[in-house]
Design a protein around this ligand. Structure first.
Ligand code: HEM
Length: 376
């Protein structure tokens, strides 16, 4: 991997590949130097987003997500500054169903423990917002971002980030009144948007720092798109498992309570939504999809061998990552989701997605008029 991806940041010192013509404006950056700075910034942002996903996972796994019951973009950055303020904050928490039905009798010290997780998650979100906006404005002001296309793409990514903050609040809101937990659909949407934002940042960073294969790999690219779609569906299904805490039950593999298909999986068309709303069903869906994704990964690797060593090696990385992720998932399930394994499984999903995005970028056909369009 090192040797293949080792050309990050030194693209300007490399001979240009077929897809990297001399008039191509570095994916919309002013020059090589600007492209390098922009790429570094985008890689750093994607690492921050991965950290954010981890902190979000820890917040969920420690049951801390509903501890802050208000939403205040600016003032919410400050934690309670006095004992009196802590008591006030705790009083707000004591009014929601989660306290009443799950945490009744919790002490103020215990409340502080769950508060700090949610506070860290929200403040890391604010930090990412700043780490995006401030350098973005500086790059714009210095003229590092030369093309309208790249300005729009980066602007769109910022809107996505704002949407993610809003989605996070909508998710928390769904657990404040009638339920003792957030809606699994909103949790899935929140997680999915985080993965999407991460993938968009990586995609742009790759454009600014890595070379493409330089060969026509249209078919391999198309297959990689299908595989990435399957991986994305699997990520969504995993989020439903996490949202319903379905990993705490049926802790056996490969059977679920002695059956391959859990009892009552599909009762009737009238209850079709049960397949996304019951613990047994969402866990079964995630298991089955894992087998499908692994098979698809194998077929993909097998198929890409005809495009030469470089393609099959990259497809092999995806297959290996998928296999490791499957075993990690099984281990996580058999141990009923301890926090460390839960987080490792999340990180594994980000790793699989990164490799898919890299393959897509590497094999994507260069559209002929793009460099001109980028610079206009
Ligand atoms: C092969 C590809 C797989 C991918 C890409 C994948 C991805 C994911 C993702 C993104 C989540 C949500 C993580 C979170 O929000 O905390 C998740 C959760 C989970 N997955 Fe997988 N998974 C895979 C395979 C498996 C397998 C084979 C099993 C077990 C049979 C499994 C068991 C679980 C469990 C128990 C959870 C819930 C963890 C929690 O509550 O934090 N996964 N998966």
């Amino acid at each position: 991997m090192q040797s293949d991806m080792g050309n990050i940041m030194v693209k300007d010192k490399q001979p240009k590949s077929n897809s990297q013509t001399s008039d191509q404006p570095h994916y919309g950056a002013r020059n090589h130097k600007s492209a390098r700075h922009l790429a570094l910034w985008l890689y750093a942002l994607s690492a921050l987003v991965a950290l954010m996903v981890m902190v979000g996972g820890a917040t969920r796994l420690t049951d801390s997500g509903l501890s802050i019951t208000q939403w205040d973009l600016l003032m919410g950055a400050l934690p309670p500054m006095s004992e009196e303020k802590w008591v006030e904050e705790f009083e707000l928490y004591r009014q929601i169903p989660e306290y009443e039905h799950v945490n009744k009798g919790m002490s103020l010290a215990e409340f502080k423990g769950i508060y700090w997780w949610e506070w860290s998650h929200r403040n890391l979100g604010r930090f990412i917002g700043m780490a995006f906006l401030i350098p973005f404005l500086i790059f714009l002001w210095r003229g590092d971002i030369a093309s309208r296309g790249l300005k729009l793409k980066l602007g769109g990514a910022f809107v996505l980030l704002m949407g993610q903050g809003l989605m996070g609040w909508l998710m928390v809101k769904s657990g404040l009144t009638e339920r003792v937990d957030v809606s699994q659909y909103r949790l899935a949407a929140h997680l999915f948007l985080a993965f999407l934002f991460y993938a968009v940042l990586l995609w742009m960073a790759f454009h600014l720092s890595l070379r493409r294969s330089g060969k026509p790999l249209v078919k391999a690219f198309q297959w990689a798109r299908w595989l990435t779609l399957l991986v994305s569906i699997q990520i969504l299904l995993g989020a439903l498992v996490a949202g319903l805490r379905a990993g705490k039950t049926f802790n056996t593999w490969p059977l679920m309570s002695g059956n391959f298909i859990p009892e009552g999986y599909f009762k009737s068309p009238a209850h079709w939504q049960d397949i996304f709303e019951t613990i047994a069903a969402v866990q079964f869906n995630h298991r089955i999809m894992a087998y499908i994704v692994i098979c698809a990964g194998f077929v993909f690797w097998f198929f890409t061998r005809r495009f030469g060593k470089a393609a099959s090696r990259r497809a092999g990385w995806i297959l290996m990552a998928l296999t490791a992720q499957m075993f990690l998932g099984i281990w996580t399930l058999l141990s009923a989701v301890p926090i460390g394994l839960g987080l490792a499984h999340q990180l594994g999903a980000l790793g699989v997605l990164s490799l898919c995005v890299y393959f897509l970028y590497w094999s994507a056909p260069e559209s002929p008029g793009r460099s001109n369009a980028e610079s206009s």
